[in-house]
Design a protein around this ligand. Structure first.
Ligand SMILES: NC(=O)c1ccc[n+]([C@@H]2O[C@H](COP(=O)([O-])OP(=O)(O)OC[C@H]3O[C@@H](n4cnc5c(N)ncnc54)[C@H](O)[C@@H]3O)[C@@H](O)[C@H]2O)c1
Ligand SMILES: [Zn+2]
Ligand SMILES: [Zn+2]
Length: 345
């Protein structure tokens, strides 16, 4: 079977692997249908992912078709399309036992810590398959990044009409925005990138989009006055933005770090205390977030199609990556159709 291997930073290779074996009990053999590309893949390609080891088969945003399973669950019958929850937890560590498998101490993210889905067939634990009988395989491949946003918004426990600022309009910030809007919040989005803001404004013409150039706090105050938003999500992964985000939160507000980076973030304690702020982090997503995203997609409350800016197939992926991973490509979400040449998806 065909697989795309990231041999080392900057170098992908198409290779032939052995045909897959029959699935073990508790797992399914699935055929990969679509693979989404995100910042994590980009950082792995550029060699900027500190915990990454090479060679590695990437691919953690996946839709798959069930080929074989011992499971008697009728919702996972052969031929069913599913989204994959790529966070493989151990089920026994203190975090898992406490009902937080997204924080598992032994977490293996498929396509990050272990080889992932950029190949024709893989084995997936059946508990990590989320089926849908009505969604397309392109839609199902994008459930994972949406689930990150769904989880972050559930951490914030928004109330209807609450004012929310989302800093960073990449796929993750947009996913947060989407779920904040579904929760009935009034959302403002801020970014330093005009193309990203323009994209966001096209998705939601009614929300305020702020171009954060120069003094971002002054800009925000100019927009909202002195009554700063009670909820701020930072989805930038930029330490300067994460530091500055403390000053964007109104009295008794919540700051949620969805974006992350490998380092320390500091804040001025008197400002933090004076406003009695709450700082929250959000990590990955849980099965309930995946099901919620699928429900919203199935009902049409979320339309993911406009998010896909780039498409390719497994046959042309290596060539496409050369353009996609260029900073000038304006990639928001790229999707690879992964199926034998000539087969209709
Ligand atoms: N919590 C999780 O489980 C989880 C999961 C996936 C990704 N992430 C993280 O979320 C972050 C965002 O991911 P993404 O794929 O959307 O990344 P991205 O790079 O596509 O988007 C980040 C956006 O932030 C903007 N930005 C950067 N600095 C800024 C600043 N100072 N002020 C305002 N905007 C600024 C950029 O212009 C960009 O549009 C990354 O740190 C990523 O690692 C977290
Ligand atoms: Zn991703
Ligand atoms: Zn665990």
């Amino acid at each position: 079977m065909k697989a795309i291997l990231l041999e080392k930073p900057g170098q992908f290779r198409l290779l032939e692997q052995e045909a897959p074996s029959a699935p073990d009990p508790g797992t399914a053999l699935v055929r990969v249908r679509h693979v989404g590309i995100c910042g994590t893949d980009l950082h792995a390609f550029r060699g900027e992912q500190p915990f990454f080891t090479y060679p590695r088969i990437l691919g953690h945003e996946l839709s798959v078709e069930v080929i074989a399973t011992e499971s008697a669950d009728p919702s996972l019958a052969v031929g069913t399309l599913c989204a994959v929850e790529p966070y493989f937890d151990c089920g026994t560590c203190p975090a898992c036992v406490r009902g937080k498998p997204n924080c598992c101490l032994n977490l293996k993210v498929f396509g990050v810590h272990i080889d992932g889905g950029m190949r024709e067939f893989v084995h997936i634990p059946t508990s990590k398959l989320h089926p849908s009988t009505s969604l397309s395989s392109e839609q199902l491949a994008l459930v994972e990044p949406l689930a990150i946003g769904a989880h972050a918004v559930s951490r914030a426990q928004l109330t209807p009409h609450e004012r929310v600022l989302v800093v960073g309009a990449g796929p993750i910030g947009l996913a947060v925005t989407q779920f904040a809007l579904l929760a009935g919040a009034q959302v403002t989005v801020m970014d330093i990138s005009e193309p990203r803001l323009a994209f966001c404004q096209r998705l939601w013409p009614h929300i305020a989009c702020l171009h954060a150039h120069g003094d971002a706090l002054a800009l925000l105050q100019h927009e909202v006055g002195d009554d700063l938003p009670p909820v701020v999500f930072d989805a930038t992964g930029n330490p300067h933005s994460m530091h500055a985000a403390f000053s964007y939160v109104g009295y008794a507000g919540r700051l949620i770090f969805v974006g992350l980076f490998q380092g320390d973030v500091s804040f001025h304690d008197p400002d933090f205390h004076r406003r009695e702020l709450t700082l929250l982090s959000s990590r990955n997503a849980n099965s309930t977030d995946f099901r919620r995203v699928i429900d919203h997609l199935e009902s049409g409350r979320i339309d993911i199609a406009p998010w896909i800016t780039h498409r390719t197939t497994s046959d042309t992926a290596l060539e496409s990556f050369l353009h996609w991973f260029d900073s000038k490509s304006n990639l928001l979400k790229g999707v690879i159709a992964f199926a034998p040449t000539g087969e209709t998806l």
